[in-house]
Design a protein around this ligand. Structure first.
Ligand code: FAD
Ligand code: UDP
Length: 426
């Protein structure tokens, strides 16, 4: 008898499998219909030996030390700060829009944040409340920049006008008056040194965890005895679409290997122009740091059908999801976790946070109870990473004495460290 049948071996399912097995000593069966673990974060070496992300670029970033510390049990990290350029008016310009974007696009010489702020203010159409993805951008930078950088990309990605989408979608991309060209400003920004899949394999390597791949849970749920289920697939599918299908946005990924060392100046180039069918192209070697004479890229083509990748943040979809949520809340013995099961446009770290919170709830842990994260000396991420300004780094402390310090080093913070003192596994 398994204590838990976990459906889906992505972040939500794998974190819960690991916590339940390792900390609560539960017997877990994790089932995925795909032929691999890792969910959408799965990466692998392609036929040319280049590490690629099968389901599009995945860049890890978080402001949560708890989440970063938790994942650090299973991987050393490579400091990486993501940069993106947008192809606009025949130029490659920094996105998020910053002072350099404006100067280059308009041939200006705005020198200070105040000057840039005044430029945006002269074009912005302020709104008291920004409810839509159009409002969010137009109220900050005005209609022209919105149309050049956001409208076309959003219409391609979602097959909706930004005016039909919740504000949270374009609000993911800030506007800056300085020249910071990083896509994210989170405290912790890093990539798993040996890839996401290796990290998942280490997470799931516990004698209490059995893994069943190539299997839809519906094929086995009546054959395998279990006490409770954790479901991380699409919530509407779990309930046989009883209230109708929840819309998800899909993508087609076109992978390509090029016979040259480098294809793009940065990891990702966005194409807001609606006459170009793809939204963005990514060159993986920027993310992974791999050295290879060839390079691999992926193009993303938005689709209305196919694997469900994005819940669609708009009022009608949320209303429909709320019906499923009410049903899920009254379904005993099943926990719904993750991007598809809770219909939330979550990043990886948010899903990890949600899974850790679900674990706490399952075992009845108080919110203020201290974290018990166990790192064995031989599993600790002992690769010391260089100190990178404003990037996260793992300081592999005295693994032999059983402690590991996880901290952030940046010029503004000096050496902060050791907020997590971790106990050595017996
Ligand atoms: P998933 O990873 O989708 O895992 C769910 C699993 O359940 C899947 O493996 C699926 O096969 C399985 N499953 C579903 N139904 C069944 C069934 N009936 N039986 C058995 N198995 C089933 N986040 C970031 O933080 N940074 C990024 O840069 C980033 N980039 C992204 C790029 C793209 C193109 C996409 C689509 C997402 C990106 N994300 C990114 C978000 C990230 O992928 C998710 O937050 C995270 O992977 C969600 O984990 P999950 O476990 O909830 O779901
Ligand atoms: N977006 C845009 N232009 C860009 C980048 C993003 O219009 O150059 C909008 C678009 O609607 C996109 C959303 O902002 O779906 C969120 O962007 P993000 O890069 O976070 O998308 P994800 O990586 O989740 O696909």
């Amino acid at each position: 008898m398994f204590d838990y049948l976990i459906v889906g071996a992505g972040f939500a399912g794998s974190v819960l499998a690991e916590r339940l097995a390792r900390e609560a000593n539960k017997r877990v069966l994790i089932v995925d219909k795909r032929n691999h673990v890792g969910g959408n974060a799965y990466d692998h070496y392609n036929e040319d030996g280049i590490l690629v992300h099968k389901y599009g670029p995945h860049i890890f970033h978080t402001n949560s030390e708890r989440i970063f510390t938790y994942l650090s049990q299973f991987t050393p990290w490579r400091p990486y700060e993501h940069r993106v350029l947008a192809h606009v008016d025949g130029m490659l310009l920094p996105i998020p829009i910053n002072r350099d974007t404006v100067n280059r696009l308009y041939g200006l010489n705005l020198r200070t944040e105040e000057e840039c702020d005044a430029f945006f203010a002269s074009r912005a159409e302020p709104k008291e409340h920004c409810f839509t993805s159009e409002h969010v951008v137009v109220s900050k930078v005005g209609r022209e920049l919105y149309e050049k950088f956001f409208r076309g990309y959003t219409r391609k990605q979602w097959a909706l006008d930004p005016s039909q989408l919740d504000a949270q979608v374009t609000a993911r991309v800030p506007t800056r008056t300085n020249t910071d060209d990083r896509y994210f400003t989170d405290e912790f920004q890093a990539m798993p040194l040996h890839g996401f899949t290796r990290m998942f394999e280490r997470m799931l390597a516990h004698p209490n965890i059995k893994i069943l791949l190539n299997t839809d849970y519906r094929e086995v749920k009546r054959l395998i005895p279990y006490r409770e289920m954790i479901f991380t697939g699409p919530v509407d599918e779990y309930f046989d679409f009883c209230f109708g299908k929840l819309p998800y946005r899909s993508l087609e990924f076109k992978h390509e290997t090029l016979d040259k060392e480098q294809a793009l100046p940065v990891a990702v180039v966005n194409y807001p122009d609606e006459s170009v069918p793809h939204t963005r192209v990514t060159e993986f070697k920027h993310l992974t740091g791999q050295v290879h004479p060839k390079t691999s890229v992926v193009y993303e083509y938005p689709q209305s059908s196919g694997d469900p990748y994005y819940p669609i943040p708009k009022p009608e979809c949320t209303a429909l999801y709320n019906k499923y949520k009410a049903l899920a809340d009254t379904t005993t013995g099943v926990h719904f976790v993750g991007r598809l099961a809770t219909y939330k446009y979550y990043n990886m770290d948010q899903v990890v946070g949600q899974a850790l919170a679900t674990f706490d709830k399952i075992i009845g842990k108080r919110k203020d109870a201290p974290e018990k994260i166990v790192i064995s000396a031989n599993k600790a991420p002992v690769t010391p990473l260089p100190k990178v300004p404003q990037a996260a780094s793992v300081l592999a402390g005295a693994a032999s004495s059983g402690t590991l310090a996880v901290g952030v080093n940046g010029p503004s913070r000096g050496t902060a460290s050791a907020s997590a003192a971790l106990t050595k596994e017996a």
